[in-house]
Design a protein around this ligand. Structure first.
Ligand SMILES: *Cc1c(COP(=O)(O)O)cnc(C)c1O
Length: 412
């Protein structure tokens, strides 16, 4: 494969190196629980990793492998593991790296489910220290001898804070811990966090990677370059002999397998096909989102979108996001009542809690996604009682902007 080919070419022509068994052009759906062998010796060799092969879908499955390989190549990783959901990916990574008594530094303004998960980890003795802004200085100020990981979202959903990946990676590495990022909203089309120094990248593939809103899933991509200190990362010390690959081996052969959070083969197939059009969809989605944000900016609502000159992270659009603002925008309607009225009168946008669909989706996050979070956490996530989140789809731009502008004007 030519390393220098463009994103769309790469996405279409990788993920099945060597081809599939019967020369299928897509990975066959190995919708099976287990794989049968001619002799017990053969299966023993597979179990002891002496032969390549599959034994049981929770431990490995060729459809999952094809999907993992595709996303791994897009992110430029050393290995990937796909999971039953984005939350399963985040849980598996944090549980693989940390154990009771360890600490995580995380940005505030995270996805609601992630905040809930960090509270769950707290009950297991893995404590999170939150930074208002996850930049180099704040990371340095929160590091202590218990810190084992820095975790944040590349573009936070829905606050749209952008993490300075280079600075965050430097500060994390100085503290001897990996930078783990959730890049769901950014997608590998907009940014490859590993190339900016991040160590582990997570996606909820339920969103943009799948794109069609048909499968829950997640993926973990390991850059394979972080130098683990096994005195510090005792959660990995059993895997010391694998050096830089200790995390991936612990994840694949131990924690992920035992948590039992594998992706379903059919979901891997659907997400594989979905990923083929990621580049095209992101082009269109970002173009639509930019047009919609600029149109709404002229109305009596407060718009939050990265390409608006007024946005605090505007400079990162060029610096880190290849000129794109992503597919999410939020706006404040003035009151919860008005927000509901606007949402209910939209013709095209569907009211749904997902993001990253080809269809435009809207939601009132305060009454749904953040119902388990307190006021401080909710506001840190850029969510107020009058906030509407829009996940922009690929509809025709003019239809979309007209629909939103009408809904806003008619709600006065
Ligand atoms: C949706 C989402 C998740 C959780 O993913 P699921 O697939 O729903 O479990 C995590 N992080 C971000 C940024 C998300 O948008």
């Amino acid at each position: 494969m030519n390393r220098d080919c463009g994103f769309n070419t790469r996405i279409l022509h990788t993920g099945h190196s060597g081809g599939f068994a019967q020369r299928e052009i897509l990975p066959p759906v190995s919708q099976v629980t287990a794989f049968g062998y001619e002799s017990m010796e053969e299966l023993e060799r597979v179990f002891s990793h002496k032969s390549m092969g599959y034994a049981y879908t929770r431990i490995g499955n060729p459809t999952l492998s094809a999907f993992e390989q595709k996303i791994n190549i897009l992110e430029g990783g050393a290995g990937a593991v796909c999971t039953s959901s984005g939350m399963a990916a985040i849980s598996s990574v944090l549980l693989a790296v940390c154990k009771s008594g360890d600490e995580i530094i995380a940005g505030r303004g995270l996805y609601g489910g992630t905040i809930d998960l960090l509270h769950d980890l707290d009950k297991l003795g893995i404590v999170t220290r939150f930074a208002d802004v996850l930049d180099g200085e704040t990371i340095k100020s929160l590091v202590n001898e218990k810190t084992r990981a820095v975790f944040g979202e590349v573009i936070s959903n829905p606050s749209l804070n952008v993490m300075d990946l280079e600075q965050a990676a430097l500060a994390a590495h100085e503290a001897g811990v990996p930078l783990i990022v959730d890049s769901t909203t950014a997608t590998p089309y907009i940014v490859r966090p590993l190339s900016f120094g991040a160590d582990i990248v997570i996606h909820s593939t339920s969103k943009y990677i799948n794109g069609g809103g048909n499968s829950i899933g997640g993926i973990i991509v390991d850059g394979g370059s972080f130098l683990w200190d096994f005195e510090k990362h005792t959660a990995l010390s059993e895997f010391k002999k694998y050096g830089k690959h200790a995390f991936m081996i612990r994840l694949r052969t131990d924690l992920w397998e035992n948590l039992g959070c594998c992706m379903a083969p059919m979901n891997a197939f659907l997400s594989y096909i979905g990923a083929d059009t990621l580049g095209l969809r992101m082009e269109r989605i970002c173009e639509n989102a930019d047009a919609l944000a600029h149109a709404l900016d002229g109305e009596d609502v407060e718009v939050n979108y990265l390409t608006l000159a007024s946005h605090p992270y505007h400079e990162y659009v060029e610096k880190q996001l290849r000129g794109y603002g992503g597919g999410i925008l939020t706006f404040r309607a003035g009151s919860k009542e008005r927000a509901f009225k606007i949402i209910d009168s939209l013709k095209y946008a569907l009211i749904a809690s997902n993001i990253g669909d080809v269809r435009t989706l809207v939601i009132h996050p305060a009454s749904t996604l953040y119902m388990h979070s307190d006021k401080e956490e909710t506001e840190a996530a850029g969510v107020y009682d009058d906030t509407i989140r829009v996940s922009v789809g690929i509809e025709d731009k003019d239809d979309l902007t007209e629909d939103f502008v009408n809904a806003i004007r008619n709600s006065r």
